[in-house]
Every structure is written in C-alpha cells, then in structure tokens.
Design a binder for this molecule. Structure first.
Ligand SMILES: *[C@@H]1O[C@H](CO)[C@@H](O)[C@H](O)[C@H]1NC(C)=O
Ligand SMILES: *[C@@H]1O[C@H](CO)[C@@H](O)[C@H](O)[C@H]1NC(C)=O
Ligand SMILES: *[C@@H]1O[C@H](CO)[C@@H](O)[C@H](O)[C@H]1NC(C)=O
Ligand SMILES: *[C@@H]1O[C@H](CO)[C@@H](O)[C@H](O)[C@H]1NC(C)=O
Ligand SMILES: *[C@@H]1O[C@H](CO)[C@@H](O)[C@H](O)[C@H]1NC(C)=O
Ligand SMILES: *[C@@H]1O[C@H](CO)[C@@H](O)[C@H](O)[C@H]1NC(C)=O
Ligand SMILES: *[C@@H]1O[C@H](CO)[C@@H](O)[C@H](O)[C@H]1NC(C)=O
Ligand SMILES: *[C@@H]1O[C@H](CO)[C@@H](O)[C@H](O)[C@H]1NC(C)=O
Length: 829
C-alpha cells in the first residue's frame, strides 16, 4: 500500500475514532477542543475539509480549506499563508471568546483571528459552501457571523464569496495570488474592486495596474465582456448602502466551480470535470492583447485586429515613426489644439470601453453635464452611466484618455471634447462621405439607364453595321505592356527607405565580426545602429539571388508592405553594386531557439508565454498564407527564425526572403538553401514539393518543441529511436501526452491548453498534406476552448532515421517499400 493511501486511511481511522469517542461533531469545533495535524473538519455535504496540508516541494505545512472529494489537491483558502509551519505538530484551538489561534510545536501563535464576542459560547463550523465561520452556538443567521473565511480571501473565489468593499469599516476583500504553485505566501498579483463611487475591477501587479474592467455602468463592467452572463456561471454586482461587491454563482449547483488568480497573473474560472478528473478552464478573463491596461496609451484605441492600436478620430500619433513600428508608448495627440472657449464642442464616439480615472459629478442633468465640462478647460470627455444601479450620473474625464478599447457591439458612448476646427472637419468629412455615396448612387443609376438605353438601341437598330462598331476594342488593351512593378510603385506612395552602403557599413562598424548576430540560409546577419540611434538587424544577402535589380527592389517593396504584429518589420533595403541588403527592426530577445533549448533561459518562458508564442506564430503564418496580398510560403520556418521582442511576443523573420530568392533557382539549390532538417515536411524533403501545408508541418514541429523544450532533430530517448514527433505520437497513443511537457514548468500550466496544443501539433505534422489543417483552422482550434478537434492519425517522419534517409536519397537502406519511401517506422505499438 502506498503512502497517500495509508495516510488517508489513518485520517479516516482517526476520524471514526474521534467521532465515536470524543464529542467533536464532524464539521464543527467548540472552545477548548483542538484540531491537530492529521484531523480534519468535514463540511456536511462532504465537499470541503479544513485541515493541514503541504503544497508542492518545500515541505512546509499550512492550515487550509481543501476540496475533500477532488483527487488533485485543490486549495480554496489558506490560513497561515505567510507563516508556514515547519512540522506536523501544530494545532488550531478556539478560545471561549471565539478567537482562533494556530499554535506551532513550540506553542508560538503563527496565525490568529481575534474578532471576539461575549455572552454565548462560540462555535467554529465549516459550511458546505467552503466558508469557515465563527458564530454564536444557536444563531445560524449569516449576517450575525462573528468571523468568516469568506471575508478573508486568499487566491480563490468560490461561488458566493464577495470581492469588494465594506463601506462603513472601509475594509476591502480581495484576491491575492500565490507566489508560486508550491508556495501560498503572498504573490505579486491582486484582484480587487476599487473606487466605490464608480466601481472598477483591477488586477494589479504590485501597485501597477495590469488589467482593468469598469466602471460599472448599471449593467456590467465596461469592457468586461468575459464577465458577462454565460452558460456556466452568472456574474453578479451588488451595491448597497453598506457594501459593494462582485460575486458569481454557478448556474448548475452540482458542478464545482472556482475562480483563481494564478501566480502568473491570470484570472481563471475553472470547473471540475468528473470525466477527465481534472479542473477545466472555463474562462480566462485576461487573455487578449487589448485586455492589458493602456496598451495604446493616451487617446489610443485598442482593436482586436492588426495593427492593434489606432488613434481616436481627431487625434494623431505623437511620434508617427514609432507608431508605425508598433511602439505606442507616446500615444496620440489632438490634431487641433483645444483653445478653451465655448467654441469647443463634443463629438460622440460609440462602442468603446470607458477610459480609466472617472470622476463623478453628481446631480447634473445631461445638458448641465456637457456645459459644465466645457466650462472647465481640462475636462476632456463626459458620458452618463449608472454606476451604483440607483440612478444615472454625469461622469467626466480629465487629461489624456487611458485604456480605451474598441467594443463595436457592447461598448459605451463617450462624448469627447474637440476643437471647433476638428468638429468642422469631421462634419465636412461626413458630408463628403455622404456626397460620395450620393454621387455613387447617382452615377450607378445613370449607368444603369445608359445600359438599358444601349440594350434597347442594340435590339432595335437595323442589322448589318455591327463589324465596324466593334473593331477598335482590342487596341485599348494592348497598351498594358508596361512592366507591372512600375504601376505598383507609382500609384501608391511608398516610402521604403533605401539606405546607402556607407550608412549601413558605418552602422555595423564595417560589418565587424563582433556585430554578426546570425547566419541564415541567405547570408549573415549583423546588428547595427543607425545615426538616429535606432537599432537594426542587417541581412547581407548572398550574391546570386538570380534576380535583376529592379525585380529585387520591387519584391522588397512588396514585402515591406506586409505588416503584422507577429512578423519582423522590414525597414528598408540597400542595393549598391553587388551588395543587396535588407534592414530589419532589431529585436532585443533574439530568437526563440536561444530560449527554448537553453536549460536556464527556458525558465523565463512559463506556459502562458509559451502559449502566447504558439498563438502568435500561428497568427503571423496565417497572415503570410492567407491574409496578406502576397500569399507567402515561408519554407524555412524554425525556432531560430522566430524572434522575440521585449515582451516575448513572437515575430516571424526571413519570411519574404524565400520569395525574393524564388522563381528561377533550380531544385537542388532550393534544397541546399532552404529548409532545415527536423522541420521539413516529408513531401518537401523528398520531392521538393512545397505548399502552405509544408509550413503547417514545420509549425507543428515548432509547437512540439515549445511544449517540450526539446529539439525534434537530435531528439534522444533511451526507450526508442523516434524523433520528437514519434515520441509525441507514442505518448499520445498511450494517453500519456501530458508527459511531453517541459519538466521545468513544474506542473504549472493549463492541462487543457497543453493537450489542445499537442493535438493541434499532431494534426499539423500528419503525413498527408490534405490531412493537415490550414493555418486559419489552426488559429481557430487554438483560440477556441470548446471546439472538438479531429483525432490525429500517425504523423509523418516519426523517426530521425527515416528523415535522414530521405536526405541521403539513395543510400539503400531497408526503409523502401517499392517506389515510395516509408517515412514512418513500421513498428507496431
Ligand atoms: C488543546 O491545546 C491546548 C494548548 O493550546 C492544551 O492546553 C489543551 O490541553 C489541549 N486540549 C485537548 C483537549 O487536547
Ligand atoms: C514557532 O514560531 C515561532 C515564532 O514564529 C518561531 O520562533 C519558532 O521557531 C517556531 N517553532 C517551530 C518548531 O517551528
Ligand atoms: C489581534 O491579532 C492581531 C494579529 O493577528 C494582533 O496584531 C492584535 O494585537 C490582536 N489583538 C488582540 C486584542 O489580541
Ligand atoms: C438575519 O439577521 C438580519 C439582521 O441582523 C435580519 O434582517 C434577517 O431577517 C435575519 N434572517 C433570518 C433568516 O433570521
Ligand atoms: C444576466 O442574467 C440575469 C438573469 O439571469 C439578468 O437579470 C441580467 O440582466 C443579465 N445580465 C446581463 C449583463 O445580461
Ligand atoms: C445611490 O446609492 C449611493 C450609495 O448607496 C448613495 O450614496 C447615493 O446617494 C444614491 N443615489 C441616489 C440617486 O439615490
Ligand atoms: C461527479 O462525481 C461525484 C462524486 O465524485 C458525484 O457525486 C456527482 O454526481 C458526479 N457528477 C456527475 C455530473 O456525474
Ligand atoms: C481660439 O480659436 C479662435 C478661432 O479659431 C482663434 O481666433 C483664437 O486665437 C483661439 N484662441 C487661442 C487661445 O488659441
């Protein structure tokens, strides 16, 4: 019999013993009784227990409320979070005045609750809701509890717990994350309800605002679209004269639910699944780019789109150059300065998340609200909301508007102050648009009439003169022999900087070896610093691209137009003599392989970041394949071509080069230059056939590498000679996929997410191209928790030998079966 079994059996024995010999009722404790390590209080519905436990590896013990029936230890509340016990000789006792005291083995108090009472004798009870309460023995009225654990949240919110403020005592009940999954002591993140006049929910790290939802508008928290009614739980906001709070109810009471702030700052709603015997992530509230506080800074509006940040109408970027480079830190400024007279006015914006720093001006009518705001020079915007649910109020904002977000359907109205000139120009634009529409409609109708007339004439006219009429038609078309690129580059104003060789040479210190940061298939890469101190990466292309200068330039210009937050930005090029160079933005964190395969640096990539990287690569690739106008196949997707910015957002690099070098090169050359073993799809490695699905294959490999922290090429496992793909497939078949996950993550990840990623990756590395999903399907499958994924079949290239064998074409090993080579090993499993 193993130890945990023995342990729980002994707990059971102790319990039966206690139940029969002492008078301890199973869910209560009375004065002068002790709860020692090994004993538990069990709620009458058997869902929760109060007892001592050890989380993770540090061996410290804590008094905590745990789920009783859930096989994975799940903690709902911890008493002595910041004061752990070092042995199992502690005990909890209640004084006759109701104070709770937790003593360690040397009889020092390590935790206490001393809201005391007089008169009747107290009783401690663990309720079926997970609430631990001290109350008078014969008074079960909830509003008379002397103390309750629900008023002292740890990192978990159970249904019915109130996250909020008691207005009289000015006490706040808020969630605070654990330091790590093994350490319940105070972590970095808090989730709380703030500003009682205009309630907002805030996730802070330390004192910084990381995420914000609010203000409450009478119906919901502005921008909190994941905190709305759904099929699993109901979010509730209550405001009374005594308290304001946010809470939630599970719609189905038989399902266990909890919300938690994770050590990494995620706000998750989890439900217990009997089937998988695990918690499943129902909603993660703060997932998206625009969820983060103030992503687009002052007066910028965040869109679930690319590029994510745009200035509000009437505003323009403070530094357009940075803005183009996705650096939004300076925000937006007004196009026309306000001049603080009553010539200013308001423009109505719709569908917004309301900005931060709201001020209430009570008891004003809408007209007074606007007029009063105009009167104050620095009043920027106003609107009306019903923050406490008892009447709508005039609310205003001063200074820059921070943390705006676009919510087309569910957003709010906001009236923003504008200079008269801007109002006029907006009106003019509207009028122009309107006129354009009118003109268009008029022209269309005229055209239709004309067509009708021609048709009528054609039908009615005398026959016989037809030839003459049509003879000049083809000539008009012939003048198109103008080169295509000329047209392109003329009708759109392109400002791709062309750098001269001297500038680049100076920037890279004459291509000094010390500045070389990489060597790609197409040539070396150097780090450089332009005279304006902008750091760049310069790719010096090897000589024979097989392209003429003009075509090259044309191609570069096209590629420079591709803009996506998950693609490295091409800033310009340099063409001089034989030299052809591409100048890219420089990314501080270099490439993904630097991190993911490094023992130490890997620790900097917790699961949430890895998942974000996977999603980012998928989105970038989707853009290349489908959404950009060029439809680019990357052909050499690998971890060293994924660069990371300061915030660890992934950016695909080298994406246009395959195209620049494409076209006339021979197949051998293709093979030599492009493609890296371990990432190549079977059809590409064997016959040089490539399609978007070859990129999908490489993507699948990258995902597996990100999850496991191991390389596909060069993978070693003592039990078999598969590569990483084969290893994954083996684990998948043995239903042990979760073992693929990098040990360094130490169990701290969402199992659902990991399994979904593994399944998607296996689908991507399928042998047959038609069985691999397209990138749009991949993005969809990754970002929707509730879609059913297809079952993968055996993937291609499950063993390294088979891949190697393709490479050395005719080495005549025994993997051939007739004309086709079997890429997959034939061992049975
Ligand atoms: C409970 O613990 C106290 C010390 O805190 C001890 O004096 C007392 O005897 C214990 N009571 C029982 C019933 O074990
Ligand atoms: C009990 O707690 C006191 C005060 O925190 C501490 O000094 C003492 O070392 C602890 N005893 C044990 C056995 O941990
Ligand atoms: C109540 O407990 C707190 C710490 O938990 C302590 O600072 C305070 O002195 C105690 N008050 C009384 C009356 O024991
Ligand atoms: C509980 O107490 C409050 C006030 O203390 C009272 O308004 C309420 O009716 C009581 N509820 C029950 C069920 O007795
Ligand atoms: C949520 O549902 C409740 C009824 O279950 C309803 O009263 C409430 O208005 C709904 N809230 C929103 C924001 O739709
Ligand atoms: C709304 O409720 C708040 C707090 O209970 C109170 O201060 C305020 O006066 C109320 N407003 C109205 C219009 O009743
Ligand atoms: C889940 O399992 C518990 C026992 O662990 C059982 O009481 C409950 O009915 C089950 N729920 C469902 C929906 O099967
Ligand atoms: C305010 O605007 C008016 C009209 O546009 C202009 O004549 C005046 O100089 C402006 N005042 C200031 C202080 O800018």
């Amino acid at each position: 019999m193993d130890f945990p079994r023995l342990f729980s059996l002994s707990v059971l024995l102790i319990l039966t013993f206690l139940a029969s010999y002492s008078s301890i009722a199973i869910d209560t404790l009375t004065p002068n009784q002790n709860l020692t390590d090994g004993q538990i209080l069990l709620s009458s519905n058997q869902i929760f227990q109060l007892g001592f436990f050890t989380p993770g590896k540090y061996g410290k013990r804590y008094l905590a409320i745990l789920y009783h029936n859930v096989p994975t230890t799940t903690v709902a509340w911890v008493a002595n979070r910041d004061n752990p016990l070092s042995d199992s000789l502690a005990h909890l006792t209640m004084r006759s005045d109701g104070a709770l005291l937790l003593y360690n083995s040397s009889m020092a108090v390590v935790w206490s609750m001393n809201e005391t009472m007089t008169g009747q004798s107290p009783i401690l009870q663990l309720l079926g809701t997970g609430n631990l309460v001290v109350r008078k023995q014969d008074n079960t009225n909830a509003s008379d509890y002397i103390w309750q654990s629900f008023d002292h949240m740890s990192d978990t919110m159970l249904p019915g717990m109130k996250l909020g403020l008691k207005l009289k005592t000015r006490t706040s009940n808020y969630m605070r994350s654990w330091k790590s999954p093994d350490d319940p002591s105070d972590g970095e993140f808090t989730f709380s309800l703030e500003t009682p006049e205009t309630p907002q929910l805030l996730l802070r790290s330390g004192s910084n605002k990381d995420y914000r939802w609010g203000p409450f508008d009478g119906d919901r928290f502005s921008g909190g679209n994941r905190l709305r009614n759904n099929t699993v739980f109901k979010p509730i906001f209550v405001s009374t004269a005594d308290e304001i709070y946010y809470t939630f109810e599970a719609l189905d009471n038989s399902i266990l639910m909890r919300s938690v702030v994770t050590p990494l700052g995620g706000i998750q709603y989890l439900t217990w699944r009997n089937g998988s015997k695990d918690w499943s992530l129902t909603v993660e509230v703060n997932r998206l780019y625009c969820d983060r506080y103030g992503m687009c800074r002052g007066n910028g509006n965040c869109y679930a789109d690319d590029p994510p940040c745009r200035c509000l109408e009437g505003f323009a970027p403070r530094s357009p150059q940075d803005w183009r480079l996705y650096d939004y830190s300076d925000g937006c400024k007004r196009k026309f300065d306000l001049n603080c007279s009553n010539r200013d006015g308001f423009v109505k914006y719709d569908g917004l998340k309301l900005p931060d720093n709201v001020v209430v001006w009570p008891n004003l009518t809408p007209e007074e609200c606007a007029a009063e705001c105009l009167r104050k020079c620095d009043c920027m915007a106003y609107t009306r909301i019903n923050p406490l649910g008892n009447g709508s109020q005039c609310v205003v904002w001063f200074g820059d508007l921070i943390d705006l977000r676009d919510f087309p359907e569910e957003g709010e109205e906001l009236y923003i102050r504008m200079a008269r000139a801007e109002i006029d120009s907006i009106a003019k634009n509207k009028w122009r648009k309107h006129m354009r529409l009118v003109v268009a409609i008029t022209m269309l109708s005229a055209f239709a009439l004309l067509l009708l007339a021609i048709l009528a004439w054609y039908k009615l006219r005398p026959k016989g003169r037809r030839e003459e009429d049509t003879i000049s038609m083809p000539k008009a078309h012939e003048s198109k022999s103008f080169p295509h690129y000329e047209e392109e580059s003329q009708d759109e104003d392109l400002d791709l900087p062309i750098f001269d060789l001297a500038t680049i040479s100076a920037a890279t210190d004459q291509f000094a070896l010390g500045n070389k940061i990489g060597q790609g298939g197409f040539g070396p890469v150097y780090k450089g610093e332009l005279p304006n101190r902008l750091e760049v990466a310069v790719k010096r292309l090897s000589q024979n691209s097989g392209q003429g200068l003009r075509e090259f330039k044309n191609e570069v210009i096209l590629i420079a137009k591709l803009q996506h937050r998950n693609l490295v930005r091409l800033l310009g090029c340099c063409i001089q003599g034989d030299e052809k160079m591409l100048v890219y933005e420089y990314l501080a964190n270099k490439s993904l392989d630097n991190f993911i395969f490094d023992r130490i640096k890997r620790k900097l990539l917790p699961w949430s970041i890895r998942f974000n990287i996977v999603l980012g690569i998928a989105r970038g690739l989707l853009y290349l394949h489908q959404d950009s106008r060029l439809r680019i196949i990357h052909r050499d997707l690998k971890t060293s071509n994924i660069l990371l910015d300061r915030e660890m957002n992934p950016k695909i690099s080298d994406f246009g080069i395959a195209r620049i070098f494409g076209g006339e090169i021979t197949e051998e050359k293709t093979r030599r230059i492009i493609g890296t073993y371990g990432y190549m799809s079977p059809e590409y490695a064997m016959s040089g056939h490539f399609s978007v699905k070859s990129d999908v294959f490489s993507f699948g490999v990258i995902v597996l590498e990100i999850i496991s922290g191991r390389k596909n090429w060069g993978f070693y496992d003592p039990d078999h000679d598969h590569n990483l793909i084969g290893h994954t497939w083996k684990l998948w078949n043995e239903k042990r996929s979760i073992e693929l996950v990098d040990d360094i993550l130490d169990g701290s990840f969402s199992k659902d997410e990991v399994l979904r990623c593994i399944q998607v990756a296996l689908l991507c590395v399928q042998q047959r191209t038609e069985e691999r999903p397209t990138m749009s399907t991949v993005v969809f499958m990754l970002s929707n928790e509730n879609v059913e994924l297809p079952q993968p079949k055996e993937p291609g290239f499950v063993s390294e030998r088979s891949a190697m064998q393709i490479d050395s074409s005719s080495s005549g090993q025994d993997f051939h079966t007739g004309k086709h080579i079997t890429f997959t090993t034939a061992e049975g499993r």
